[in-house]
Design a binder for this molecule. Sequence first.
Ligand code: ARG
Length: 604
Amino acid sequence: SSPPESQTQPQQLAAAEHGLESVKRKLCRLVASSLSATVPGLDVEPMLEESKAGFGDYQCNNAMSLFSSLRGSSDANFQNPRAIGQAILNNLPPSDIVESTSVAGPGYVNIVISSDWIAQRIQHMLIYGIKTWAPTLPIKRAVVDFSSPNIAKEMHVGHLRSTIIGDTVARMFEFANIEVLRRNHVGDWGTQFGMLIEFLFEQFPNWEEVGNQAIGDLQSFYKASKEKFDNKESDFKVKAQQAVVRLQQGEERYRAAWKKICEISRNEFESVYKRLGVELEEKGESFYNPYILPVLEELTKKGLVTEDKGAQIILIEGQSALIVVKKDGGFNYASTDLAALWYRLNVEKAELIVYLTDVGQKLHFHKLFSAASMAGWLPDQNEYPKTSHVGFGLVLGLDGKRFRTRCTEVVRLVDLLDEAKSQCKAQLIERLTENGKIADWTNDELDRTSEAIGLGAVKYADLKNNRLTNYTFSFEKMLSDKGNTAVYLQYAHARICSIIEKASKDIDELTTKASITFIHADERALGLHIIRFQEVLEQACTDLFPHYLCDYLYSLSEAFSKFYTSCQVVGSPEETSRLLLCQATAVVMRQCFNFLGITPVYKL
Ligand code: ARG
């Protein structure tokens, strides 16, 4: 005869395919239904949040504001907010998620989630995979425009932030079953090319033969040509300006030199992306060049483009105008961005387009999006397609100033990653030596582990902050094994894995055969935190704030510590149930690591 699970499996599978609704969404629907029974005809948004007072797991806060908005109206048959709270409670439809409810204070409705329900939800995830906890978002395709350094100029820490945050945004969307077009909008079409090409021709007449060696390090090459460009005595500047025109007119020799310079830059960028494990597709500024004229024509026809002292501009309400054609007739950053936006909306058919740059570009994007709205490309605020500028603050050095090495030089990204790795390695070796474990490690293991921890630490130190704020870059802080750091989290995760290993049980078998039950309060608290994963992710995707994930991950590891302190796992009568809880914690932690681009380490 077939095992009992097989009867429920098809149903569960169907749920898995469609994804499950987050706990919060489910509760919101219950509250919404109660609200429409409590105050019929009033369209009230449920106000639901995690309980802070500890009377329940979630609390509904609608009563107070409903009372004040009802005051004086004919519906005012409630004595006080608490009476509304009681009515909301009474009208909650019965549900297997809810264990109990109560009204507290001035009318908060506290909801306690059923422990059995929490346990079943975790077990379901363990059986069908964490993908069943993918959030449901209303779009199918998004463009994430991130990293986007400028050719021949240095890729600085600002670009590192853009790369790290952008990758996390892309990963969250991908998990939510959104097709993500990861776009590297590299600056490969600026006026700097005139100067670079002219310098190349002058310094290395035979550049085609000597190739990459001629240019060598692009940053020094850029610096040298800029020096020449800024020298008022020479006629280099004029020649450089002519070179831009010849390049843009498509003259063969200039195109070839441009290509070469881009290629060298690209190789440098690629090495950073590879190291960081970030995938990106380059569609640089030059790609959109052919679209600029027709797009500007469309905008002109719509009456948006006006002339101003020889330049073409789009007037933006409450702001300075957006210049779309410069006085000299050339296109600029904004003209390219208009063409790119048009392309993303009409050719790539993206429903959401997010741009990751420092907050300094906020105004540029505000003007760009306003122009697009005026052109009728973007609908009203609450409808798709949508655009969003995901801004971030500066990276500061320990001196509180913009992060640099020495006094003027910008930090080279690869050096920075190398430094994180080597400090990590030294720490790891010291720790292993102290514990007498160093002999168990091969050199290769040490190397790979330090790379994973070091790079993870750099990424996490960035992602854990509210992106809008500046953050201070400190190796010491990010590599500490205490507090909210990736190093601490790596140790926490490795410890959970070693607990599971110590039990030497077949976890997959346990997952389908055993079940989870909560005996201790800390056990249940951990379980509740685990199932909140989905709503946290949903919120992070909506607000585009990766630090929600970091906060969640850190408090998950704290909840685990608490559980592990008060509940024996291996060798206890509750061993199987607790092992499943350990496994679920590890699975969720790894999924969060994955969003943050951190490679988990198992042996530590
Ligand atoms: N290259 C620009 C910079 O380094 C960032 C480009 C951002 N993307 C865009 N579509 N404008 O500041």
